[in-house]
Ligand binder design. Structure first.
Ligand SMILES: [Zn+2]
Length: 491
């Protein structure tokens, strides 16, 4: 793997980073959106993407150019940047998508990489096999072996300073995705797309998507730049970034616009259903839905494409600011509440909290406890790990949500969802958390798990727990030798 990616700041596994693209002579700030450019049909031109949307990178399909009677010769002569009129980084796909859609293509990895290199692509792609979800294990393994041969071939092709993608496949088999990530990292190639996830996104299978991405990330080294291939809907950007994806490509902005579909960070709307535009982009502040409906098809498509791009870039800026401030998981949580399938995705992400914890900063902006899901965040996992290293002083310890008491050798604070902690830690992250007055059961249960962990590590210490009316589901999880004291009853 080459050294082209640098992380500036983490939040969970999400990161602000810089991808150096030597052939383009540019450094792309990540997370980044790559609008997909159809060489034959440009509703929004690359020059407009650059000047109006600040696009630093885009992606186009070299296989379409390779097979085009009108464009192959011009692109070979002028080069890709001139043909598209774009000075940022240009990524080229290889025809793998066409392979998945139509079953065959007539180009090899050597031929298409050589072509990509000749036309001036900045990041090329071999012909991998995008194995869809839910195929037999035999098919997933067989196709992954072919993809891995293609990566080895790609590493041998002379491509100068063009970076080369090493797609990570493996269908819905997480162990194959993890092995594929480890293998791709060994290939000597540069950027790591997680492939064939579009069918999962089309079916709103965000939990499966989270599992697949987390698996690929386990195989890849931490420093690997990761592209979620074909992920273009802003509703899932925050989730995917929190899992550690750095690059997204969107054909959806244009495809949706063609069908009068209007993207938001919560969902997709149909233009005919809208009375108001819930957005403040230039399109939405200067038109009403009725006005846009009255326009001809080309103009409608252009305006909706522009809106879809504005909302996509806007969401990436929101995400970048959230990483900077350290509240990316609060943003993921907010997005998760927009759609039940996104909530499944967030819950699946939290299944990987220990994995996310490894890069999560030890200190961030205030932890906001927003739901039962918050109780499973990486910060809670870390606090429970820390309890193994904290020693109470004395023989009798009070763990309390209320005031201290002189009858005990030491009094610790008790705060759902974290559990117990010595009072001197109260001013440090995440124990300065903003919490609601009414927790859901998982917050108490997580706190009880913390208590149980502390108690089991100190068999000779007597523990008393002064709680504010915890539910039975939490109290039942405590070791029997803990004395219980309900503060509510004591009033
Ligand atoms: Zn808008």
């Amino acid at each position: 793997m080459t050294d082209v990616f640098e992380v500036d700041r983490y939040d969970a596994a999400g990161r602000l980073g810089e991808l150096e693209v030597p052939r383009a002579g540019v450094t792309v700030e990540t997370p980044a959106l790559l609008p997909v450019i159809n060489p034959h049909l440009q509703t929004i031109t690359p020059a407009q993407l650059e000047s109006e949307f600040g696009a630093e990178i885009l992606i186009t399909n070299s296989y379409v150019l390779y097979g085009s009677e009108d464009l192959r010769e011009p692109v070979e002569q002028q080069g890709l940047h001139d043909l598209l009129d774009f000075s940022g980084a240009v990524v080229t796909d290889s025809g793998s998508f066409q392979l998945a859609e139509y079953g065959q293509i007539d180009v090899t990895t050597e031929e298409i990489l050589d072509f990509q290199h000749r036309i001036g692509s900045d990041i090329g792609t071999p012909v991998d096999i995008p194995t869809p979800p839910d195929v037999s294990r035999e098919q997933a393994e067989g196709e992954l072996a072919t993809t891995q041969e293609r990566l080895a071939t790609a590493a041998e092709v002379e491509t100068g300073d063009m970076l080369v993608n090493a797609p990570v496949q493996g269908s819905t088999y997480t162990d194959l995705r993890e092995a594929a990530g480890a293998h791709a990292a060994q290939s000597g190639l540069d950027v790591f797309p997680v492939g064939a996830v579009v069918p999962m996104m089309n079916e709103y299978r965000y939990a499966d998507l989270a599992d697949v991405v987390a698996a690929a990330k386990r195989g890849l080294p931490e420093s690997a730049p990761v592209h979620l291939f074909g992920a273009g809907h802003p509703m899932m950007f925050a989730l995917a970034v929190a899992l550690g994806c750095d690059l997204f490509d969107s054909a959806a902005y244009a495809i949706y616009a063609r069908d009068d579909r209007y993207m938001t960070v919560r969902t997709t709307e149909h233009l005919e259903d809208l009375d108001y535009f819930p957005c403040s982009c230039p399109v939405c502040t200067s038109h009403t839905p009725a006005e846009v409906r009255s326009l001809d098809a080309d103009e409608r498509e252009r305006l909706l494409s522009e809106h879809n791009l504005h909302v996509s870039y806007g969401e990436l800026r929101t995400i970048k600011q959230a990483i900077r401030r350290g509240d990316l998981l609060e943003l993921v949580e907010a997005r998760a509440r927009g759609h039940p399938a996104m909530l499944d995705g967030y819950r699946a992400l939290l299944d990987h909290a220990a994995q996310l914890e490894r890069t999560d900063p030890v200190s961030k902006d205030t932890f906001f406890h927003l739901s039962g899901e918050s109780a499973r965040r990486p910060e809670v996992v870390r606090h429970h790990q820390r309890l193994d290293r904290l020693d109470p002083r004395g023989d009798s310890v009070l763990l309390t949500e209320g005031n201290g008491h002189d009858d005990f050798d030491e009094c610790w604070n008790l705060l759902p969802p974290f559990g117990p902690f010595p009072r001197e830690l109260a001013d440090g992250y995440p124990l300065t958390a903003e919490t609601p007055e009414r927790f859901e059961a998982p917050a108490y249960e997580a706190a009880a798990a913390g208590v149980a962990r502390l108690v089991s590590a100190h068999p000779d210490t007597e523990f008393t727990l002064a709680h504010d009316d915890w539910p039975a589901s939490a109290l039942d999880a405590l070791p029997e030798r803990v004395d219980l004291w309900n503060l509510r009853g004591a009033e």
